[in-house]
Design a protein around this ligand. Structure first.
Ligand code: ADP
Length: 355
């Protein structure tokens, strides 16, 4: 008996000495145990002696997470959960795991890890990139403006100089695009939580199409749809950015008369959206690498990297998709065309804790 007590005491001491906040509940979400770190951070200002999970946690997502874990006997993870205590923001990574006995789930344990310090340094990095991008874009706009004035002047510049000016303008545009993409990528990477709402896919594609057609007025672009699934729950701003990048690539790479097709369909609990074009395709050796930052395929004719983009477009799409816990992949055949697929889950899924 003493041994058992000693063991229980040891377990309690271990749980108390862990720096994470820990809470466990039974199948009916009655609290079995919470450590002092949990009390300090989450229940100090709550009821005297809380008995139910809802006495200490009011956030729906966490309550649902515990319920999901108990019902399905699978782990559940909530990243970047934000709470305010003592007038300061704190961020937590929460992992809820089922407590099992002889194959039966009898409750769940939540481990709340404080990641505020990492979050703040990440925020400093994002702010730094945002400031640098802004500071650089302002003089760039001015360089481009003056170069355009010179390009349009017959008195100030000899005809031979105009060629150099057009190169200056083109390169300032490239730098501008590069800093915009860097800023976007950095903001998406650090985005704490998605702000999801229901979108109408067709309406969103129509507005992306109208925007892009302005940039490609010199091309005869045809965009067709087949959208049996029309509504989708996503972060509208980010998802629109993903569509812009994919459709823009299709317009950019698929010749003078590209035919782009966008489809959506349901596969079990996922929605799959595809963007296909009839362009030059991507060879097998490059397909595995195009989602990497700055990776651009060399043109087989000129042996030069594409000067038309920044090499960041697809890595931005990949980040957006993974923030939605989805997947992206590509199928392509040289000289036939390319299809990009995005898979967005519609339901909570079993979370792999190795992710
Ligand atoms: P970029 O800014 O260069 O377009 P991306 O990350 O969007 O960068 O794409 C990476 C590379 O993948 C591109 O340089 C291009 O070679 C190739 N690529 C992307 N989309 C297509 C497409 N629809 N057809 C052919 N090649 C493509």
């Amino acid at each position: 008996m003493n041994e058992v007590l000693a063991q229980l005491d040891l377990n309690k001491i271990l749980l108390e000495s862990i720096n994470d906040a820990i809470l466990s509940v039974d199948k009916n979400t009655n609290i079995i145990f919470l450590n002092s770190e949990f009390e300090r951070k989450f229940s100090e200002d709550k009821k005297e002696s809380p008995s139910k999970l809802s006495d200490v946690i009011s956030n729906e997502e966490i309550l649902d997470g515990f319920q999901f874990c108990i019902n399905e006997s699978v782990p559940f993870r909530i990243e970047d959960y934000e709470i305010t205590y003592k007038n300061r923001k704190h961020f937590y990574d929460i992992v809820i795991t089922p407590m099992m006995d002889k194959g039966q789930c009898f409750g769940a344990m939540g481990v709340f890890r404080n990641i505020t310090a990492a979050k703040l340094s990440e925020q400093m990095r994002v702010d730094f990139v945002a400031n640098v991008s802004h500071e650089i874009r302002t003089p760039l706009t001015s360089i481009k403006g003056f170069a355009q004035v010179l390009e349009n002047s017959t008195e100030l510049v000899l005809p031979a100089g105009k060629e150099y000016l057009s190169k200056i303008i083109k390169n300032t545009e490239r730098l501008h695009a590069l800093f915009s993409d860097l800023l976007n990528l950095s903001m998406i990477e650090s985005r704490h939580r998605l702000i999801k709402s229901e979108i109408n896919l067709k309406a969103m594609i129509e507005s992306v199409r109208a925007m892009l057609l302005q940039n490609y007025s010199h091309k005869n672009i045809q965009i067709s749809y087949d959208l049996p699934i029309e509504t989708l729950r996503v972060d509208p701003k980010l998802f629109e950015q993903a569509l812009i990048n994919l459709i823009d690539n299709a317009c950019k790479y698929a010749g003078e008369k590209p035919h782009i097709k966008i489809t959506s369909f349901q596969e079990k609990e996922d929605i799959i959206i595809s963007v296909s074009d009839d362009g030059p395709g991507i060879s097998r050796e490059h397909m595995g690498r195009i989602f990497e930052r700055f990776y651009q395929v060399e043109s087989s004719r000129t042996n030069q990297k594409s000067s038309r983009g920044t090499g960041l477009g697809l890595s931005i799409v990949k980040h957006i998709v993974s923030k939605h816990k989805g997947e992206i992949w590509v199928e392509s055949e040289e000289d036939k065309g390319t299809i990009f697929f995005i898979k967005i889950p519609t339901k909570n899924k079993r979370i792999s804790l190795d992710e």
